[in-house]
Design a protein around this ligand. Structure first.
Ligand code: ACO
Length: 262
């Protein structure tokens, strides 16, 4: 399973790198704190080990010399043939000609309290988008519970488009939902086309095989679906914040791809 390469970026106090096995406990604690949905240990294990085509990027506060997990995004590369039919219909990619096209499904994105509203999630999404392009994915998509206004604002600002409101998509019994007696919640389906101009050429050989890679997707069709995010049954229907973080984003792009994001 591919991972976003280690980002040796140590400007200021934030450091971005993929999750590692040692992050298991912190990742689990952050999910418990940030999400109303209960995720099982299998998910965290796959996320920190980069298994089942899950890849990740996390932000760490390295003040004082030790790492503290402050933000993360986990996502999964899926061939369109494995995406739920309903989602494909809503995204307008139902035709069988889309079957071999790769998509990136965002599993979880979170920034711990005290570090929010400093652009960390925006940076994580930007990096995810670049990596999705490098993987040859054409579409990014995810589900979000409809009451999650900060997330909806964030993704809208990042040019994701809401294409469906899925009635009773989520079945939540953790007690951490706004009304603990209510278990059924609607979910939005958001999507975004991966900008092809983000795709980085990696040399003549990769250029030559690009059509084949694109046709097959970047991964062989292992038998797995969006198993680790199914929150319920199938749907019925700082730091010196802004300046430093934008420098951070630019720096990451330069280190990784030898150019800025323009
Ligand atoms: N100074 C002031 N404001 C800033 C700065 C700054 N330097 N940088 C960014 N902001 C603002 C942004 O403009 C944005 O404003 P808006 O809400 O009016 O659009 C806001 O801060 C948030 O942007 P970010 O800082 O990039 O996002 P943040 O790091 O705060 O993370 C998130 C947002 C992930 C939604 C966070 O609130 C969170 O973890 N929530 C709980 C978990 C969650 O809901 N995750 C998403 C679920 S959906 C999914 O996982 C697929």
């Amino acid at each position: 399973m591919e991972s976003i390469p280690v980002l040796d970026m140590k400007k200021g106090q934030l450091y971005y790198r993929p999750l590692r096995p040692g992050d298991f406990a912190e990742l689990k604690a952050a999910h418990l704190d940030l999400f109303p949905i209960d995720y099982d240990d299998g998910f965290f294990s796959k996320a920190v080990n980069g298994m089942a085509r899950i890849f990740s990027l996390a932000a760490f506060d390295i003040t004082g010399g030790c790492e503290k997990l402050v933000g993360f995004v986990t996502a999964r590369l899926v061939p369109m043939s494995e995406v739920e039919k309903t989602d494909r219909q809503h995204m307008g990619v139902f035709a069988s000609s889309w079957n071999s096209v790769s998509a990136v499904y965002i599993l979880t994105l979170g920034v711990v309290p005290g570090y929010q509203k400093q652009g960390i999630a925006t940076t994580l999404i930007g990096q995810l988008e670049q990596h999705s392009a490098n993987l040859g994915a054409r579409v990014m998509f995810f589900h979000v519970i409809t009451y999650n206004e900060p997330a909806v604002r964030l993704y809208t600002r990042c040019h994701f488009r809401c294409v469906a409101n899925l009635r009773n998509f989520y079945c939540i019994k953790s007690g951490r939902q706004p009304d603990p007696r209510r278990t059924r919640w609607d979910g939005f389906l958001f999507m975004k086309w991966v900008p092809m101009e983000l795709k980085v050429s990696t040399g003549p050989v990769m250029e030559a095989i690009a059509p084949i890679r694109n046709a097959w997707g970047t991964c062989w069709p292992f038998a797995c679906r969006q198993l680790f995010v199914s929150p319920g049954p199938p749907p019925e229907s700082s730091i010196e914040p802004q300046l430093q973080l934008s420098q951070t984003t630019t720096s990451i792009f330069r280190r990784l791809f030898g150019r800025g994001r323009a």
